[in-house]
Design a protein around this ligand. Sequence first.
Ligand SMILES: [Zn+2]
Length: 404
Amino acid sequence: MWRDLAPIGRHRGSGGYRRYAWTAADAECRTWFREQAEARGLTHETDRNGNQWAWYGDPSAGDAVVTGSHLDSVPDGGAFDGPLGVVSSFAAFDELRRRGAEFVRPFAVTNFGDEEGARFGLACVGSRLAAGQLTPEAAWHLRDQDGVSLPEAMEAAGHDPGTIGPDPERLARVGAFVELHVEQGRALDIGGDPVGVASAIWPHGRWRFDFRGEANHAGTTRLADRRDPMLTYAETVLAARREAELAGGLATFGKVAVEPNGVNAIPSLVRGWLDSRAADQDTLDTLVGAVERAAREHAATAGIDLDVVRESFTPVVEFRHALRDEIRRLLDGRDPGDTGRAVPVLGTGAGHDAGILSASVPTAMLFVRNPTGVSHSPAEHADEDDCAAGVTALADVLEGLACS
Ligand SMILES: [Zn+2]
């Protein structure tokens, strides 16, 4: 499966993947998924929101056990974020057939569409639409950087955009959704475990900081006469790092826009975007509050005007404890990585379809060790042995949930 997927959407220059929603590379991934389904005698369907399902058993019987992830990528993404979950799902199904497991619940492998949001700027569009967390009206207004709207892109790829919207009947058939994913950090590597179970997805948000000063000539304006918002922005970036360390959370200014953006001009406006995440709401509130306070203090001393706007926010996602405990019980003693220890439970700062779906169906996640922790980069990696341990763990979980 890896051999088939490896060349699809791979950029020659960067070596990374550019599998954006509703592009030719995405279509190739979708064809691959359908062929994998058909090769195993699974019934393939694409739902109204462009998510793919490969069914074993009768979906209308309800209480299905579903596993899967996504095949799209961020710009120049790695090979594992998303595809590892889909490949492992098919491999785990194969393993269960080898074991002669008898399915007593319907089973499906899924590929959720447009998870990364690389093209239209919003993550998890397929699962959000299905779960009713994104209205069709809002989705219709999404545009890519070339001005192509989401419905236009869907139509061009042969999917009817007129059908998008909440899909409660389909989700009601799902009794449990388990997503396996490469870890996007180093917790498993530090702990020496190949596989872990997710406890929660951290609350996270994005804040826009607008620092306004006065544009002026870089060659003729005395330092003492300047109102330079770049300086206040710089102080704020350093404060964010300091406060994140103090709070034990994460704070990143990764995007900045400057006006007039001239080499020889003191800026009139510096707009920086803060991405912040923490294990719980209180820590996140404290952290972002401290960054804003520091920014306001520096702004006041320097005569800079500051506006802070929260642009998006996702509260903590606690995965269903009953399912998580069931999964731990199923993995207990099976020791997928031969470590002699119980499978660890860890939180994550990254969003996933499983997080979106958790509001509608019981969901859980398994993580596979990433030795460098690097993700959203061509350097993303997981060792073959760890991937195999992930498949075994997933098969154990699915067997426990779906088979007699
Ligand atoms: Zn992912």
